[in-house]
Write a protein that binds this ligand. Sequence first.
Ligand SMILES: Nc1ncnc2c1ncn2[C@@H]1O[C@H](COP(=O)(O)OP(=O)(O)OP(=O)(O)O)[C@@H](O)[C@H]1O
Ligand SMILES: [Mg+2]
Length: 242
Amino acid sequence: MVSVQSLSLSLDDKPILKDISFELGDENNLIILGRSGSGKTVLSKTLMGFFPPQQGRVIIDHVDIYQNSSTALESDKSQFAIVFQNAALLDSLSVFQNVALPLYTRGEKDLDRAKEKVRQALFEVGLEDASDKFPAQLSGGMRKRVGIARALVYEPRYIVFDEPVSGLDPITADEVLYYINRIVESKTATTITITHDVRNLERVGDMVLFLEAGEMLYYGGLDKLSQERSPLIRDFFGFDSI
Ligand SMILES: Nc1ncnc2c1ncn2[C@@H]1O[C@H](COP(=O)(O)OP(=O)(O)OP(=O)(O)O)[C@@H](O)[C@H]1O
Ligand SMILES: [Mg+2]
């Protein structure tokens, strides 16, 4: 459960997030929308413990993650995994090694267990036969899926997908969405998806948070969005004005 209360954050003295409050239950999956520069990535990183806010609180599973306790912060970070926009794979490592990396950096000692976890994560994104390939040998969609496997490998409670399909052609985007949707449906993790692709929202989540210049213009069910009156939101989705 994520509870954000009156959160305001400035970076380099510039206000980025302004008085944001929302609650996300464990059964929900969040979609963050908004124009470029509206604060989507900063908000997700603030939930992950990277930016201490000037005001307000971020409570993850009943722990105020910025409350002076470095242990709480560390445990929060370990609950989150992020799939970066550019997949961020290390070119000199094989697919298997890229996916194994988080286990290694977290000090997993049991090698057989680690190998099994990597195999399982690759299987979940349909890449069980690509273990020995190197990133340069992969298509854009496959690279994204390796990024997803790397996020899955240590069984996080929360996964952030930051623009998972931007820059992909529609067919490849669909293929990546298929695997994200499986994670969303399986409820093994609560997902937070930042996206510009308004066509496939129901596949990635059920709750929508819409940001505009750091302010939350909308928070609520995806199914209620079409009743929203804000002209900006209607315009964003191509709804007729009401
Ligand atoms: N580490 C940082 N230090 C200072 N300012 C930052 C930092 N990261 C982001 N910003 C600023 O915060 C604002 C919001 O950035 P953010 O990356 O969250 O936007 P976004 O909604 O994710 O945009 P996009 O859709 O283009 O990815 C921008 O003005 C950006 O310049
Ligand atoms: Mg961003």
